[in-house]
Ligand binder design. Structure first.
Ligand code: SAH
Length: 394
């Protein structure tokens, strides 16, 4: 294994189990690793610290292990088996949910790897060259961990793995059980049914991180007129409809997503639903005040990197001010941000400013985050990306 030596004093974060080595912390590399190679990291004094995937860029090594040997044959089955144990501990055992995030990058000690489980179908996204190159080992490990339960493994890394010469970034199946031929599954989430199409859909096909927040919307939905902005395939809408909402209007700018919403509404046998394919911000601008008494505002990440932060915060403030000003008296606003660079305090401050702009009396009823199948390593707080507030607006 190629050895990477850190500068003096730059070993502290690894000794605290943070999973990244920045290129500026490296004193010298013995040999010339190819991107994605597993390298061993040593302190300036020569102490072995950890090993991980080598990358070209500001993060130079993403740590796979502080003790085990990631080149050992059992490494991937052990890592995926551990990730599954976390889900078995965290998810309800009532048989009403058969989709979850199985591997959540740094949160599972596997930086750069995402695997979502849709009732037997694993959809994998590699965010690093190292994980992309490991995909056949990962697939073999999934087969050995799940046995006959595994129906397929679909690699959807073309939009996430860094494009590098020599990497063939084409999405496709790494494994199909005999007889498997569908590009979508019907999954159950807290008893609600959803079509998930991993080939055509956004990300891996479904936003699993909102499961608990959707359940919360379900708890508050009875008797309310609901507006679901940035609805994608209608996750929040279906929970609201299945839990006694008077009506639900769902808005997304993607025509493909709106077709899936209609299919999901039919699948659940719900009525009182209207699909609107439109820009959510324009739609909200035209909404008559008081028409809705429960709103969900779950936009895509406005800030994808630090440089975009200032404009993103302005956009969050405008959007939230519009929602708070339009919701009926006694209404609820579930508002979210999934931008990793917007931390929860900054988000809360932005929503405070939005509320102040409207002059209405606003209470925080709940603070929301990603579900337990998107765990955050305590040593890597950057892994906490989804945050939200449940507001009561007088
Ligand atoms: N709430 C959803 C996930 C939202 S993801 C769920 O629970 O599944 C963000 C969504 O915003 C995507 O579906 C995307 O198509 C949509 N979108 C992006 N920009 C938009 C805009 N300006 N107006 C409306 N929808 C938009």
């Amino acid at each position: 294994m190629i050895k990477v030596f850190l500068k003096k004093g730059r070993d502290e974060s690894l000794r605290r189990f943070h999973p990244w080595v920045f290129s500026g912390a490296i004193a010298q590399i013995q040999g010339s690793p190819a991107e994605g190679d597993i390298v061993a990291v040593y302190s300036a004094e020569g102490d072995y610290l950890a090993c991980g995937h080598y990358q070209v860029g500001s993060i130079a090594v993403r740590i796979l292990s502080f003790d085990a040997d990631p080149t050992a044959p059992e490494f991937w089955t052990d890592s995926i088996g551990r990730a599954l144990s976390v889900r078995r501990a965290a998810l309800p055992k009532d048989g009403m949910t058969n989709c979850f995030r199985l591997v959540h990058g740094e949160g599972d000690g596997l930086p750069g790897l995402i695997i979502d489980w849709y009732d037997g179908v694993c959809v994998m996204q590699a965010h690093s060259v190292g994980m992309f190159r490991a995909k056949s080992q990962i697939c073999e490990a999934l087969k050995s961990v799940f046995g006959d339960e595994l129906k397929a493994v679909y690699d959807k890394s073309s939009g996430t793995a860094p494009f590098k010469a020599g990497l063939e970034l084409i999405d496709g199946y790494l494994y199909k059980a005999p007889g498997f031929g569908n590009a979508e599954n019907v999954v159950l989430e807290n008893g609600n049914k959803f079509y998930v199409n991993w080939e055509e859909g956004q990300k891996t096909g479904f936003f699993l991180d909102q499961r608990d927040n959707r359940a919360l919307v379900g708890r508050y939905a009875a008797g309310r007129k609901v507006l679901n902005l940035f609805c994608y395939t209608g996750g929040f809408s279906i929970y609201a409809l299945n839990n006694g909402a008077v009506s639900v209007d769902s808005v997304d700018s993607s025509a493909k997503a709106m077709m899936m919403v209609d299919r999901n509404v039919a699948l659940n046998g719900c009525g009182n639903h209207t699909s609107v394919c439109a820009d959510a911000i324009e739609y909200l601008g035209k909404v008559e005040a008081g028409k809705y008494d429960l709103m969900i505002v779950d936009p895509p990440a406005f800030a994808k990197h630090r440089g975009a932060l200032k404009n993103a915060l302005r956009a969050y403030q405008r959007l939230n001010a519009a929602a708070i000003s339009k919701v009926a008296p006694g209404g609820l606003v579930f508002t979210f941000s999934c931008s990793q660079v917007v931390d929860k305090i900054t988000f809360a401050n932005t929503v405070f400013s939005a509320a102040a702009q409207t002059g209405r009396s606003v209470r925080i009823l709940d603070r929301l985050c990603q579900g337990a199948d998107h765990p955050v390593s305590i040593y890597h707080p950057e892994g906490e990306y989804l945050k939200g507030l449940l507001l009561y607006v007088e």
